[in-house]
Every structure is written in C-alpha cells, then in structure tokens.
Ligand binder design. Sequence first.
Ligand SMILES: Cc1ncc(COP(=O)(O)O)c(C=O)c1O
Length: 354
Amino acid sequence: MRCTKIRTEQFEFNIKKIDNWILNIDKIKSGKFIRDELKVGNTPIVRLENIDTNNLELYAKIEWLNPFGSIKDRAAYWMIKIAEDKGILNKNKTVIEPTSGNMGIALACISMSLGYKFTAVIPQAVSEETKNLIRLLGAELLETSDDLCPRVGKGTDQCIALAKGIVNSFPNEYFMPNQYENEANFLAHYNGTGPEIFNQMNGNIDYFITGIGTGGTVTGVGAYLKERKDVKIIAAQPQPNHHIQGLRNLQESDKPAILSKRFHVIDDIFTISDEEAFRAVRLIAEKEKLLVGPSSGAVLAAALKLEEKGLKGKAVLIFADDALKYSSVYRQFKVLDEETLRSLEELISLQKVN
Ligand SMILES: Cc1ncc(COP(=O)(O)O)c(C=O)c1O
C-alpha cells in the first residue's frame, strides 16, 4: 500500500481530543475520577466535506470523544448501571467479559472508577496497545487463541466459552455483562446514539452506516431511526480472516443474539477488504485530518460503495474509535507514515498512563 507522509501537526483537532480519554484513564488510575464524570454519549457529528462524493453528503459521529475513547463506552456504562440498579452486581463481584478490545477498556475504566475488579477475556490477536491499556487499569487479562473478534457459535468462541465457564463455576463471585446477549447494549443505542443522531441532523438523514461487532449499534440506532423515517440502514462487515479489530464477518461467525433479534432493521451489508478499509483510513487522515481506527475506514469504504451505486442524500457514519490503539497494525500494513505512528505511540506511552 502507498504510504505518503502525513505531518502530525495537521492533526491538531484530533490529537487534542484524543488526549481527552487518555487523560481520563490517567485520572482513573490516580483515583481522581468521580462517578459523575462517567457520562457517555452526546458526541459531535462532523461533516466530511473534503472527501469527494457526487450525490452523497457524508457526516461522521465522532465516538472517540466518549470518556474512554470509543463507542463501546455507551453499552458498557448501561450494562453496569442497569445491573447495579437490578442488584445483580454488587461490590463482592468481579466483572468479567469476553471482548476484542474497546469493551475491555470501557469496562476496565468503569469498573475501576466504581470500585469493581475486572477480568477481560481477550483474543491473543488483539493489538498490544489495547492489551497494555487494559493491564494498566489493573484488570486481569485472560488470553485465548481466538481471532480478532470473539466469534459466537461455530465452536471457535473460546473467549465467550471461557468467560461463561468461569461465571457458571463461580456465580456468586462474577458478573458477566455479556454484550452479545444483554438488551442494555441495544438500549444504549436505541435510547442514546439513535436519538442523538436524529436530533443532530434535524431529521435530515437518509442513510446510517456502521460496522457490526455485537450488533448493538446497528440494531439500536437502526430501530430508532426507522421508527421515525425511512432511513436505510447499512452495515459494513470485514472480509473473512480480517484485521479490523472490533468487527465481525457473518460468514465466519454466528450472529450474536442481540443482532439476530432485530436483524431485519439492516437493509444492506457491504463486505469490505482489509485493503479497502486501510485505504479509507488514509483518505480520512489526508482529507479530513482525522486519525481514525480501522473500523471507521471500513465504514467509509461502505459509504463509498453506496456512492458508486449513484445513491443520493445524507449519510451518517459511525467513527467508533481513533487511531491511538492501532499503531502496530498501521505500521504492519503501512497505513500511516512513521512520524505519525511515533507521535501516536508517544501519546499513548506508558509514562502518560502510569
Ligand atoms: C472499533 C469498533 N467499531 C465498531 C464496533 C461495533 O459495535 P457493536 O458491538 O455495537 O456492533 C466495535 C465493537 O466492538 C468496535 O470495537
């Protein structure tokens, strides 16, 4: 892949905001983060005006501005909050969850700031940056040989099986939010992300495009928007055997229960190759000066496929996280230049979060 030089000073907006969630992690580690600061959502939508499209206006919801840097903060917060309210989670229990990364960071931060212990069951293939962050937050990490995303079904879902096995053996000691089955994951988006998008766009939205991990985002936002108007809901799925952390390919993996329940809200699914996703990451960096994670690239690549079909209107895209956790992946696939990668690594360096 071509790798032209991108100067880091061009990314002021993004870098400054990226700092936000790293600083929150720092605060949590030093015990200065208070419950009131746990507010998730109300993230901005920005128009992507420099990416050339003929008929489609592109808007991105910037989800790394959640307190711990990704869209998963929303589901994590609501799964914990509802469990506390129902009395299922109490201070004697450890929170345990199978995760490909972002949910692990979100739950580690929320658990630590609320005084719960946290164990993440995580595929080995997840980036070292992500694993380090979760370890730094004092969480226990159990690694399995799964691919990037816990697969659900098919006999390869070691992360999910291991977490479930531990909870079943020690039900009084562990609480597993289980993002793959927990209705709070759907509700976080149905009550939060969906209404935010509809209001921020003043109802002027024709397409909603996101990746599928658990399916919480696509079904929650999709169901809310479709109740209001005929918005087309588009999902981006990565190629089989992909490198897009957080997303799943539905041929490789059974549908999570949360996705199966409302699969009908999805109008179309585009399969995106690693190369298409990484090319889109570069395009977003060069044209919009935003340093995004791989799944945002996959989502833009899906939007560009819609555009190729000649479709018109306003499309809102989910940019689930930023580039901070992916410098090793971006170096391996030559997505960003060395200087940009080094400045990302500096921002997320151990000194900063120690
Ligand atoms: C980077 C990233 N993008 C998108 C998603 C998809 O979110 P959902 O689980 O709501 O389908 C995830 C989920 O893990 C993710 O980590």
